[in-house]
Design a protein around this ligand. Structure first.
Ligand code: WT7
Length: 650
C-alpha cells in the first residue's frame, strides 16, 4: 500500500522492547485478552514499587459504573513517588531526571534523580508543615518550572490530591476550580515566563482568592523576582519554607484507588468537570504506554513540550517518564520564541531522542519554512510523537520527512484527559504507520465503532468511538458528581464508555479519528466547551444570546465562530468586539478567543427552543449546500437572514 510507512530500521533495531513486529503486538494483545486480571497484576507488580503488592486486577465493570466506579489493583498499597523516585536512587541516582530549559534559549537546569528526590522530600515536609494531609486538595497554578513537577510529586508523597490549573486560565476559572475541589492550599509563583512575556500568576491568584477564607495558605515560588502583593499569614515564600526543610521524608502509603489528582476539562455542557485519576492504575497505565509507544531506552533524552496544566503534561512529562526512570525535559517557552527554530535548537543542544508535540505546532512550524529545521543537527531523534487533535497527512509527512529526515518513527497518539494515557497509537518499534491515522488500539484497549443507532460496525466503517472494557488508567469519576460522570460517558452507548469522538476504521483495521461529534471544540489542541464560551459572551450587557460553533482552521485545527444576538438598540463595532474578547479572557482565559463573529437577528431554534447548531456549523464552514429541511424551525426566516449576511446561498 502506497501510504503505508514501514517501521524505520533505526526504530526497530536493538529495541529493548518486547514488541518489534505487528505479530509480536498481536500476540501481546492476545496474551492480555486471555486473562487481563492475571496479566495486569503481574505487570503492575513488576512495573511499580508497592508497599503491599496487589493480588486483584479489575474490580467492577462498565455495567456497574452507575453504582460504583471501577477499581484496579484494589488491595495494593503504595506511595506513588516511591516508583517515580526512591527506587531509582540505587541505579539511577546520578541520572538526570528533569532537564529544564527556560524561556530564553540556553537557560537550563538539571535535576538528577537524587536531587529531585531530595527536593520532593523537602517540599513534602514544607507542605506538611503548612497543614497539607492525606486526601486534602492543593491547587497548582504555575508555569513550566521544575517546581511544578516537584509540587505535584510532593502532594502525591503526602497522599494529598493535586489539581493543576493551566497558567493561562483566568482568575474566575481558577476560583471556580478552587471552590469545586475545596482546596485549602494554592501553590503558585510570582510570575511565569512564556515567549518573552511575563504572566502575573500571583496577581491572578490573589484576584481569584479574594474573599475566600477556605484557602489557608498560598505557597509562592520566586521565579522572575517581580514585586507581588502579599497577604501576611496566608502567603508563604517557597524558598523560606522549602529550603530549610529536611531532604528526607517518609512517603505516605495510600490505597491504589485513593485519588492522585483532579484535572478539570471541558465537556459539551455546563462548567468544566474535575476528572479523578487514582494512584495504582493510573501510574501502571502511563508507565506501560510511555515505554511501549515510544520504545523507551535507558539513554533516551525524552522531550514532551506540552504544559503540565494539561493531561499530557501529567502523564508524559511527569508520572510516566519518572516511573520509567527516564530523563524528561521540561520546556518553559513556545515553539516561536525567539524564532521558529526553537524546538530544533532544543533537540540539538540537549540531544533529544524522543520528541512529543501537537499538530497545531507542527503546522505552524511547517508554515514558517524548512530552513528553521535544516539549520540544526537533528540526528539524535529516533521517535516523533503527536497528540491533541487529528493530524492532517500533509503535516504528518512534513514532520516525518523534514524533522525526522525519513528515519524516525512518527507516532500519532489518540487519547483524552479521561483515559489517563494513550489508547490508540502505533508502537514506534512495531507498527507500520499511515499519515493521519492513529493506527491500532494499544494492547488491553477494546475500541468499538458504533453508528448513531447504537449498531456496532464490523470491518471498515465510520461512526462514534466507544471503549468497551475498562483499562487501568480510566478516570474513575467526576469530583463530587458521580452522576455527571455516568451521564457524560456512559449514557449514550451503555454500558460502554463513549469518547465523544468520531472515528473511521479502514480495511486494515487502522483508526482515523475524525474529531469530536459533541459540542466540544479543540482549538490549537486546547479543549474548550462551546457552552463555556457562550456563557462568557452573554456576560456582556449588550448581548442577548449567543451560540458558538467550530470551523476548520488551517493552523489551529478548529477556530471559534460566535453567532451573537444583541439586545434591542445595541450596535456592533470594534467596541463590542473588544468587550466580547475581554469576556472570554475574563471568564476562561487568554486561549479562548472568538475568531469570527456574526451578529444575527435571532438564532435558528426548534419549536422547543433548542439551538440548531448543525445549521450554524454549516454556515461557519461556508458550505450550506446540504442544509436540509429548515421549515420546522420556530422562525425559518432567521436562517435566510443569517445566510444572506454571511454571503452564502443554498
Ligand atoms: C480530545 C481529548 C490527550 C491529551 C491531549 C488532549 C482529541 C487527542 C488526538 C489524536 C485525533 C485527538 C480528541 C479527544 N485528540 N489526541 N492523536 N488524533 N484527535 O486531551 O484535552 O482531553 O482532549 O483531543 O478529540 O477526544 P483532551
Amino acid at each position: 500500500m502506497a501510504d503505508l510507512y514501514p517501521v524505520p530500521p533505526q526504530a526497530q533495531a536493538s529495541s529493548p522492547s518486547r514488541v518489534t513486529s505487528l505479530e509480536a503486538y498481536a500476540s501481546l494483545c492476545r496474551a492480555i485478552a486471555a486473562d487481563p486480571d492475571a496479566w495486569w497484576v503481574a505487570e503492575a507488580r513488576r512495573r511499580l514499587a508497592w508497599a503491599d503488592p496487589p493480588t486483584r486486577g479489575l474490580d467492577g465493570s462498565f455495567h456497574d459504573v452507575v453504582d460504583s466506579p471501577v477499581a484496579w489493583f484494589a488491595d495494593g498499597r503504595l506511595d506513588v513517588t516511591a516508583s517515580c523516585l526512591d527506587r531509582h536512587l540505587a541505579t539511577r541516582g546520578d541520572k538526570p531526571a528533569i532537564v529544564w530549559e527556560g524561556d530564553e534559549p540556553g537557560t537550563t537546569r538539571t535535576l538528577t534523580y537524587r536531587e529531585l528526590h531530595a527536593e520532593v522530600c523537602r517540599t513534602a515536609n514544607a507542605l506538611a508543615a503548612l497543614g497539607l494531609r492525606k486526601g486534602d486538595r492543593a491547587i497548582l497554578y504555575m508555569g513550566m518550572v521544575p517546581e511544578a513537577a516537584i509540587a505535584m510529586l510532593a502532594c502525591a508523597r503526602l497522599g494529598a490530591i493535586h489539581s493543576v490549573v493551566f497558567g493561562g486560565f483566568s482568575a474566575e476559572a481558577l476560583r471556580d476550580r478552587v471552590l469545586d475541589c475545596g482546596a485549602e492550599l494554592v501553590i503558585t509563583q510570582d510570575e511565569g515566563r512564556r515567549g518573552g512575556r511575563s504572566i502575573p500568576l500571583k496577581a491572578t491568584t490573589d484576584e481569584a482568592l479574594a474573599g475566600l477564607t477556605e484557602v489557608r495558605h498560598v505557597l509562592v515560588l520566586r521565579h522572575t523576582g517581580a514585586e507581588v502583593g502579599w497577604q501576611a499569614g496566608r502567603d508563604v515564600w517557597w524558598h523560606e519554607a522549602v529550603a530549610p526543610a529536611a531532604p528526607t521524608h517518609e512517603g505516605v502509603i495510600c490505597e491504589a484507588e485513593d485519588p492522585l489528582f483532579i484535572l478539570y476539562t471541558s465537556g459539551s455542557t455546563g462548567r468544566p468537570k474535575g476528572l479523578v485519576h487514582t494512584r495504582g492504575g493510573y501510574l501502571a497505565w502511563t508507565s506501560f504506554t510511555h515505554e511501549l509507544v515510544f520504545d523507551l531506552r535507558e539513554d533516551d533524552v525524552y522531550a514532551c513540550v506540552a504544559d503540565v496544566g494539561w493531561i499530557t503534561g501529567h502523564s508524559y512529562i511527569v508520572y510516566g517518564p519518572l516511573c520509567n526512570g527516564a530523563t524528561t525535559l521540561m520546556f518553559e517557552s513556545t515553539p516561536l520564541h525567539p524564532d521558529p527554530g526553537r524546538y530544533w535548537d532544543l533537540v540539538e543542544r540537549h540531544g533529544v531522542t524522543v520528541f512529543y508535540t501537537a499538530p497545531t505546532a507542527i503546522r505552524t512550524l511547517a508554515a514558517a519554512g524548512d530552513h528553521h529545521v535544516t539549520a540544526h543537527d537533528l540526528s539524535s531523534l529516533r521517535v516523533l510523537g503527536t497528540v491533541g487533535e487529528p493530524i492532517n497527512p500533509e503535516a504528518w509527512r512534513w514532520y516525518h520527512e523534514v524533522v525526522g529526515q525519513g528515519r524516525c518513527a512518527v507516532v500519532d497518539t489518540w487519547w483524552q484527559t479521561e483515559t489517563g494515557g494513550m489508547m490508540i497509537a502505533p508502537l514506534a518499534s512495531a507498527t507500520p504507520t499511515k499519515p493521519g491515522s492513529a493506527t491500532l488500539p494499544l494492547p488491553t484497549v477494546q475500541a468499538t465503532i458504533v453508528d448513531a443507532q447504537d449498531r456496532v460496525l464490523r470491518g471498515p466503517g465510520q461512526g462514534r468511538l466507544c471503549l468497551t472494557e475498562p483499562w487501568p488508567g480510566v478516570a474513575r469519576t467526576v469530583w463530587g458528581d458521580h452522576a455527571r460522570y455516568v451521564a457524560t460517558y456512559f449514557s449514550q452507548h451503555p454500558p460502554w464508555y463513549f469518547t465523544g469522538d468520531g472515528c473511521r476504521r479502514d480495511a486494515d483495521g487502522y483508526h482515523w479519528i475524525t474529531g469530536r461529534v459533541d459540542d466540544v471544540l479543540n482549538v490549537s489542541g486546547h479543549r474548550i466547551g462551546t457552552a463555556e464560551i457562550e456563557a462568557a459572551l452573554v456576560t456582556v450587557d449588550a448581548v442577548a444570546e449567543a451560540a458558538v460553533v467550530g470551523f476548520p482552521h488551517d493552523v489551529k485545527g478548529q477556530g471559534v465562530m460566535a453567532f451573537v444576538v444583541l439586545q434591542p438598540g445595541e450596535q456592533g463595532g470594534s467596541t463590542l468586539e473588544a468587550s466580547l474578547q475581554q469576556a472570554c479572557r475574563t471568564g476562561i482565559g487568554a486561549h479562548a478567543r472568538v475568531d469570527r463573529l456574526q451578529l444575527v437577528p435571532g438564532l435558528p431554534k426548534t419549536r422547543s427552543g433548542k439551538v440548531m447548531r448543525r445549521i450554524l456549523r454549516k454556515v461557519a464552514e461556508g458550505d450550506v449546500s446540504s442544509l436540509g429541511d429548515t421549515s420546522t424551525l420556530a422562525d425559518p426566516g432567521v436562517v435566510d437572514v443569517i445566510l444572506a449576511d454571511a454571503g452564502l446561498s443554498r
